[in-house]
Design a protein around this ligand. Structure first.
Ligand SMILES: Nc1nc2c(c(=O)[nH]1)N[C@H]1C(S)=C(S)[C@@H](COP(=O)(O)OP(=O)(O)OC[C@H]3O[C@@H](n4cnc5c(N)ncnc54)[C@H](O)[C@@H]3O)O[C@H]1N2
Ligand code: MOO
Length: 426
C-alpha cells in the first residue's frame, strides 16, 4: 500500500457509551481481554465498536488515475477559473450586435487568438472555441441563414456563450474534504487542471480462508465442502471501498494461521472458518498468541453470532468471519464494512428504515438479519436465509436488520448486500 497505513500502535476504544447492558468488562487481575469469557455485544454496538477502533489512513497525494474510490483528504479548491475564457456553447456564428452581420472569418476549436469583432461582424465558430473579442452572442448553425458572406438569424444578448469563470473562479471550494472520489470528481479535478488529488487511500484487506474440508473446484461431497467464502470476498472488499491484498487458503493449522497473520502487510486480515469453539477453530487461541486485543467477541445476531474483531499490537485489525457462508457475509457487512468505512475516513452510515408489510418474526434476544427484496410496498423476505445458505442473499437487495423483540417486527433497517450501494448513506 502506498502510504495510508494506520499508524502503528493500538488505539484504545472507549467503550463507555458504546456498549450496552450485559457487556461489562472482566477486570480480574491477569485476565487479558483475549482470555475473558466470550460476551456477545448488541449488533449496533458491535458495528460502532468496529468503526471506533479503526483509524483513518494518512492522507497522500495520488495521480487522478489512482484516486477513484479514495476519500478527499482536503477540500478540492479550484486553482483556476473555468472556463478560463468566454467560450461558445454551440456550433454556429459568434456575432456582435444585431444582425444582419458580415462573416469575416472562422474560429477553430484550437485557435488561441480568435480575433475581434466590430459591430455587425460575425465569425464562424465551433462549440468550446474561444469567442472573439467583442462578441455579444452566438447564432446556432441551424438558426442561421447565410447568403455569401451575409448572415441573418435570431439573437439575444449573451446567448450560447459560456462566460469565463461561470463554473468556478480561482479559490472557489468545489468539494469539501470527506467526499468519496468517483468518476465525476475525477473529471471535475481534471477540468480545473489538477493532475493529483490529496486523498485518504483505500485500506488494504487480506483474506485467509481456513478449512481442511474445503475444495475450490467442483461440488461438495461427503467430507468435502466447496469454498463459497473465498469467491465472495474480493468483490465485497472492493465494493466496501478497500483494496484487495492476498487471498490465501489455509489448512486448519494454528501455526499456519499465526504465520499468515504475522506475514500480512494489510490493514485488515479476514480469517474465515475458525471462529467458533470446535477443535479446529484456532482463531481465538491465535489472537491470544499474537497478543491481540479482542474488540468484539461475538455479536448478538443471527446469523453471524461468532464473528470477532481484534486489534494486533501494531494496530492492524483481524476480523473473524464464521464458516457458514451467510454468517460470513453478515460479519463482513457488519464489522468489516464499519472498520473499512472508518479507515477510509468516513462516518458510519445510518441505515434507512423500511416497513415490512408481511412482518418478520423477531428473535427474543438477537438481532436478525433477513434477506429481503425492496418493493414499492416495503421489504419482502425472500426465504433461504439460514446461516449456511447464500440462496437468499444472492437474490436479495438487502438484509433487513430486525431488532430483538417478543413478537413480530413491521419495520426494519436496511443493510445493503452491496456495501458500495449509495442508498445506505444518510
Ligand atoms: N459448540 C458450538 N458450535 C458452534 C457454534 C457455537 O457457538 N458453539 N456456533 C455455530 C455458528 S453460529 C457458526 S456460524 C459456526 C461458525 O463456525 P466456524 O467459524 O468455526 O467455522 P467452521 O466450524 O470451520 O465451519 C462452519 C461450517 O461452515 C462451513 N464452511 C467453513 N468455511 C467455509 C467456506 N469457505 N465455504 C463454505 N462453507 C464453509 C464448514 O464446512 C461448516 O459446515 O459454528 C457453529 N458451531
Ligand atoms: O451465528 Mo451462526 O453465524 O448462526 O451460523
Amino acid at each position: 500500500m502506498t502510504g495510508g497505513t494506520p499508524a502503528a500502535g493500538r488505539r484504545r476504544v472507549d467503550n463507555a457509551g458504546l456498549v450496552g447492558e450485559g457487556c461489562g468488562v472482566d477486570d480480574r487481575p491477569g485476565v487479558t481481554r483475549a482470555h475473558r469469557q466470550r460476551e456477545a455485544v448488541e449488533w449496533d454496538v458491535a458495528r460502532r465498536l468496529a468503526h471506533a477502533v479503526a483509524r483513518p489512513g494518512v492522507v497522500v497525494s495520488k495521480p487522478l488515475h489512482d484516486a477513484d474510490g479514495c476519500v478527499l483528504g482536503t477540500p478540492l479548491v479550484a486553482p483556476v477559473a473555468v472556463p478560463p475564457v468566454d467560450r461558445s456553447a454551440m456550433d454556429g456564428y459568434a456575432v456582435r450586435g444585431d444582425g444582419p452581420w458580415r462573416i469575416i472569418g472562422h474560429v477553430t476549436a484550437g485557435a488561441t487568438d480568435p480575433g475581434t469583432l466590430a459591430d455587425g461582424e460575425a465569425a464562424g465558430i465551433v462549440t468550446g472555441a474561444t469567442v472573439p473579442e467583442g462578441a455579444t452572442s452566438v447564432v446556432r448553425t441551424e438558426d442561421a441563414t447565410v447568403t455569401g458572406d451575409r448572415l441573418e438569424g435570431p439573437v439575444k444578448e449573451g446567448r450560447h456563450i459560456r462566460r469565463a469563470g461561470e463554473e468556478c473562479r480561482p479559490g472557489d471550494q468545489l468539494l469539501p474534504a470527506g467526499i468519496v472520489v468517483d468518476p465525476a470528481v475525477l473529471g471535475l479535478a481534471a477540468t480545473v487542471g489538477l493532475n493529483r488529488l490529496t486523498v485518504i487511500p483505500k485500506p488494504t484487506v487480506d483474506a485467509l480462508v481456513t478449512g481442511d474440508e474445503l475444495v475450490h473446484r467442483g461440488p461438495s461431497a461427503p467430507g468435502r465442502v466447496r469454498d463459497a467464502i473465498g469467491p465472495m470476498l474480493p468483490g465485497l472488499i472492493t465494493r466496501a471501498g478497500a483494496q484487495n491484498g492476498v487471498l490465501k487458503h489455509l489448512r486448519d493449522d494454528r501455526d499456519e494461521l499465526v504465520a499468515a497473520i504475522k506475514e500480512s502487510k494489510a490493514n485488515v486480515v479476514l480469517v474465515s472458518g475458525s471462529s467458533a469453539s470446535g477443535p479446529a477453530d484456532h482463531l481465538r487461541a491465535v489472537l491470544r498468541e499474537l497478543e491481540a486485543e479482542l474488540i468484539v467477541d461475538g455479536v448478538a445476531c443471527r446469523p453471524g453470532h461468532p464473528q470477532a474483531l481484534a486489534q494486533l499490537p501494531d494496530g492492524r485489525l483481524v476480523l473473524g468471519l464464521p464458516g457458514n457462508p451467510h454468517a460470513a457475509l453478515v460479519a463482513f457487512l457488519t464489522l468489516g464494512v464499519a472498520a473499512i468505512t472508518r479507515m477510509r475516513g468516513l462516518p458510519l452510515p445510518s441505515l434507512a428504515n423500511i416497513s415490512v408489510p408481511g412482518g418478520i418474526t423477531c428473535h427474543p434476544t438477537n438481532t436478525r438479519l433477513v434477506p429481503v427484496l425492496l418493493t414499492p410496498q416495503g421489504a419482502v423476505p425472500v426465504g433461504h436465509g439460514g446461516a449456511a445458505m447464500l440462496r437468499g442473499p444472492a437474490i436479495a437487495d438487502a438484509l433487513a436488520v430486525v431488532a430483538p423483540g417478543p413478537s413480530e417486527a413491521i419495520a426494519a433497517r436496511l443493510l445493503p448486500i452491496d456495501p458500495g450501494a449509495r442508498w445506505q448513506l444518510s
